[in-house]
Design a binder for this molecule. Sequence first.
Ligand code: ATP
Length: 210
Amino acid sequence: MHVIYGGTFDPIHHGHLRLAVELRERLGVPEVSLMPCHVPPHRDVPGATSAQRVALLELAIANEPGLTLDNRELGRNGASYTAETLRQVRAELGPEQPLTMVLGTDSFASFDCWQEWQRIPELAHIVVVRRPGPGLESGSVPARLLEERAVDRVEALYSAPCGHILELDPPLLDISATGIRERILSSRSPRYLLPDSVWHEIRRLGLYGA
Ligand code: ATP
């Protein structure tokens, strides 16, 4: 099974990395593929370019063979649509191999606003990671989609190439990239929230106002 965990990773931090390791173990896969998405350049805040976000991610996973980088969305210009990305990955994997994308509840709550969202369950399984917050609004399209497609065991993801939705509730670290950027901008230390190698590179490049 191929597992994709997407995000802006601006910058990657221990919350992301811990979740990726938990996913690898819980889903029983040899590796989880981290996929940074394209974001328009920041105008108001000193930010990182796509190439810099990737460089930080590469440093973060350098000694962890179970985590890999997929930077295909950065190769495209403009917005990266998940359905288009999954179609590309599906073409590479062939029709039989299970493909799973991972989302937080917050992202899944607005799933029906995504471009071609109806196509997504025809391409991949979805793992929804429960995050603190309001959860899904009952009766909403995502809530109904979950009801129709929910499975309660990881094994079900291996029984079909796509179409199932599994909710997981792994322990999450209370870390956000926004909080890290704010700390750096106000000259407070983000140490222990992200790998030292990443923090070192952020300072070397002078990112986020460091
Ligand atoms: P920002 O603060 O800039 O919004 P973020 O830290 O939430 O960033 P993203 O790159 O937006 O990070 O997140 C990528 C994915 O990781 C999303 O699916 C998000 O739900 C999840 N995620 C973010 N922070 C954590 C965390 N601390 N633990 C587990 N998952 C997280």
